[in-house]
Design a protein around this ligand. Structure first.
Ligand code: NAP
Ligand code: GDD
Length: 341
């Protein structure tokens, strides 16, 4: 049974990748951070008591800023494949905490690669690189486009990308970088723009709020579905020869277009609800990202299945359903409490 280690397993991509690898028969190990509240919501459905025979899903406390915790996990798990997805992944937040972002998203990668190298492990390694690294380079962008990072996050990701290439070239590690364009889902973090919009659409639709404040509506992104993108990660590590691949749909839309589509899917007019708050502008913006994923199509046979409108509908429907469910739960809880008194 192949063994995989996923950093960032509690995040959006980590959770979809864990679903995929469990379905493929892997034993899956994930690193989680110590937190004062539960932070495993996205993978709780995979949890089985480790004492149970046949358990194939395990979580370990570790942190990408703590090299000794990484070395300890590697030695005890001895994975066949490592997926380094852990990061402080919010671009705007990276301007507020640049040093920490560089530590986790940049140095975290070299800590992991060095631990693999020093331990003499012959495992395959995936690095979560980002289209954000292209920054101000005009679209379409591919794995051969230059980088011009525009945020501390993107600078950290460029370092992690280049050090992964360096370990591959220096030590022959089977290390690949997926340069992924934006990918979203109902599990997307609530402060990224797509989920911020679809959550707000649900709250407006159900009468809980009236206004959504956004920043730059003109930015263009190539948005795909996270479930499709984790398949690309896995396929990369199944290749005989490691390499770097741009992964995206090849189509881009503005933030405004996303908002229009999301509100209209819920039967609302976005103009009645969206206001601009300059607080959400960034010190330096990435204007337009659109993938040229022809290498991935040609060499990996990878294609996205969900298109832009399918993605918007999936996210809006999921947020409305989740909110209805939680409101229903709230009503039941209130009814229960009133019955007690
Ligand atoms: P995400 O939802 O923000 O998840 C990030 C994960 O990293 C979480 O599990 C988080 O743990 C973990 N993490 C944060 N700081 C850490 C630390 N110090 N040590 C160990 N783990 C830490 O991000 P995502 O959307 O799944 O993205 C996965 C990766 O792909 C990230 O590296 C991101 O930068 C990159 N990427 C994402 C996209 C995209 O559009 N989604 C595109 C290109 C590249 P907690 O749950 O405890 O916070
Ligand atoms: N978050 C946010 N909130 N973004 C807003 C808002 C807002 O209220 N209003 C407008 N935007 C614009 C941002 O300025 C940006 O141009 C665009 O919406 C997308 O922002 P995010 O959803 O925060 O994503 P991102 O493109 O900055 O970064 C994501 O994609 C990268 C890949 O290109 C993250 O997932 C990164 O981790 C990832 O590497």
């Amino acid at each position: 049974m192949p063994k995989a280690l996923i950093t960032g397993i509690t995040g959006q991509d980590g959770s979809y990748l864990a679903d995929l690898l469990i379905a493929k028969g892997y034993e899956v190990h994930g690193l989680k951070r110590r937190s004062s509240s539960f932070n495993t919501d996205r993978v709780d459905h995979l949890y089985v008591d480790a004492h149970q025979a046949g358990a194939r899903f395990f979580l370990h406390y570790a942190d990408l800023t703590d090299a000794s915790s990484l070395a300890r996990c590697l030695m005890s798990i001895q994975p066949d494949e490592i997926y380094n997805l852990g990061a402080q992944s919010h671009v705007k937040v990276s301007f507020d905490i640049p040093e920490y972002t560089a530590d986790v998203a940049g140095l975290g990668a070299v800590r992991l690669l060095e631990a693999v190298h020093r331990a003499g492990l012959h495992c395959r390694y995936y690095q979560a690189s980002s289209s954000e690294m292209f920054g101000s380079i005009p679209p379409p962008q591919s794995e051969t486009s230059p980088f011009h990072p525009r945020s501390p996050y993107a600078c950290a990701k460029v370092f992690a990308h280049q050090i992964t290439v360096n370990y591959r070239e220096s030590y022959g590690q089977h290390a690949s970088c997926g340069i992924l364009f934006n990918h979203e889902s109902p599990r997307r973090g609530e402060t990224f723009v797509t989920r911020k919009i679809t959550r707000s659409v649900a709250r407006i639709k159900l009468g809980l709020e009236d206004t959504l404040y956004l920043g730059n509506l003109d930015a263009q992104r190539d948005w795909g579905f996270a479930g499709d993108y984790v398949e690309a990660m896995w396929i990369m590590l199944q290749q005989d020869v490691p390499g770097d691949y741009a992964i995206g749909t090849g189509e881009s839309h503005s933030v405004r277009e996303f908002a229009v589509a999301a509100f209209s899917h819920a039967g609302l007019d976005w103009r009645d609800h969206v206001k601009i708050d300059p607080r959400y502008y960034r010190p330096a913006e990435v204007a337009a990202l659109r993938a040229d994923a022809s290498r991935a199509r040609r060499e990996l046979g990878w294609e996205p299945r969900i298109d832009f409108s399918g993605l918007v509908k999936m996210m809006v429907d999921a947020d409305i359903e989740a909110l209805e469910h939680s409101l229903q739960g709230g009503v039941q809880a209130v009814a229960r409490r009133s019955a007690e008194h």
